[in-house]
Design a protein around this ligand. Sequence first.
Ligand code: PEP
Ligand code: MG
Length: 534
Amino acid sequence: MASPSRISGQSASAGFAHGPVHLARRQGRAYIAKATPEHELHALNEAVETAASSIAAAMGQLAGDAADILEFQLAMLEDGSFTAAAAELIASGATAPAAWKTVLEAEIASYRASGDAYFNARSADLADICDTVLQALSGESAESIPPGVIHVDEDVAPSRFLSHDWSKGGGLALRSGSVTSHVAMLARARGVPMIVGIGDAEIDEAANALLDAQSGELLLSPDPAQIDDFNTRRTASRAHQRDADALASHPAVTRNGESVQVLVNIADPSDVERISIDHVDGVGLMRTEFLFGGARGLPDEETQLAAYRKVLDWADGKPVTIRTIDAGGDKPVEGYTIAEDNSFLGVRGIRLSLAKPEIFRVQIRALLRAAPHGALKVMLPMVSVPGEIDAVRAMFAAEAADLAQAGIIHRMPELGIMVEVPSVAITPARFAAASFFSIGSNDLTQYVLAASRDNPRLGALGSAADPAVLSLIGTVASYGLASGIETSLCGDAASDPDMIGLLLDAGLRRLSVAPARVSVIKAAVRLWAPGEIE
Ligand code: PEP
Ligand code: MG
């Protein structure tokens, strides 16, 4: 019998799975070369059309983020530039599959070499398009993933993930992959355990395995004691989730009777369809950059207004904090962001909005028009000097005057800021012109520790539990309390139950968390009392 071996990766979607390992197989493709380049080109065009209609059909069954991913793939296929490049190779003698593979592989390589988390994550979408067209050319169907297995692969295409029935259990262990990829996002939304970055470790297909995506480990051929330990932890985690869910609609109150507001972070407006407003105190962060770019291009005023109104209507009078576009860094938007060597320290967030007023003005007008429909608060990302707040306030005033002149109903919303750059966290009093503060622990941590948030090799360095980060969080919370400026935290640290004691100790009483974490965070709040060492 094989002896146990432990393989480490990075958790991309927490959870547990026990089952046989399934290794991805790259199948040889049986393609019969055509008589002339014209016939090859015809075969390619037909295959692209088949692939596009199968993606469009799958899109019809999905909504929200999942549909957006396929929409991106469809737009890439319909754009025609890959087919045009392949046609040139076919004209000089290549077969259709060889030409298509050469063009797509070059594109995938340039996405991966960009060193940019966003493009790296999107390379899986290109690999997906590449395979779908190659399969259509050879008439093959994709090798399916058996139910309940731990699927080990280099990376997994979103369409592959979406076509599998995860209700039978199982999970994913990816050799490369990324925590910011579309597949990671889908896995988190659907509760499928997934780890990434396990590297080239040798893995035996027949192995029985335990996937602990909480701690980021794959244990091959476990012994009985390891299986018992795994089962105990999995049962405890499920029981904890069940207990927490039972109290999801109850307010979060600490053991000494203090109320803690628990709000939710969303991206696409359709996210609210899966959340009960009775379980949360509002929206602490709506990331609007996901409305921009991809197949949708830059959204116009009416499109943005409809998106913001959808969330305000759902919130039914509870506060909705909408962040102005925070593009750049790990979130480039085609046709909007600027290519820079050091994009995390470049023209991103509010700097980019102020640099492109013609685009920012459209968002400001949509926000002003949405404000009468609920308790809208507008939040500015990546503020680093007080003058940025003044500049944005002046733009809001100018657009409000313009709307008034045209007789269009609007209202001036509260204007607050993300505290995610050390200059703000060190001297918050200089930013008292903001109506509220929301600490962005993801960016604050990377800037305080000089550890890029998308680099898996720096995983251990990028923790908001670092004393320097906690000290800054304490500075901001104390200043907020003393000055009466409402202060919350909306970075991922608020979604981590292990961080809750530290954040409450630092003085915070308002947290905005990922939708799937609302009940466990409320449960963690209920366990806390001041002055207790955990
Ligand atoms: C943060 O930086 O903590 C944050 C909430 O913003 P984002 O993750 O979107 O940069
Ligand atoms: Mg941020």
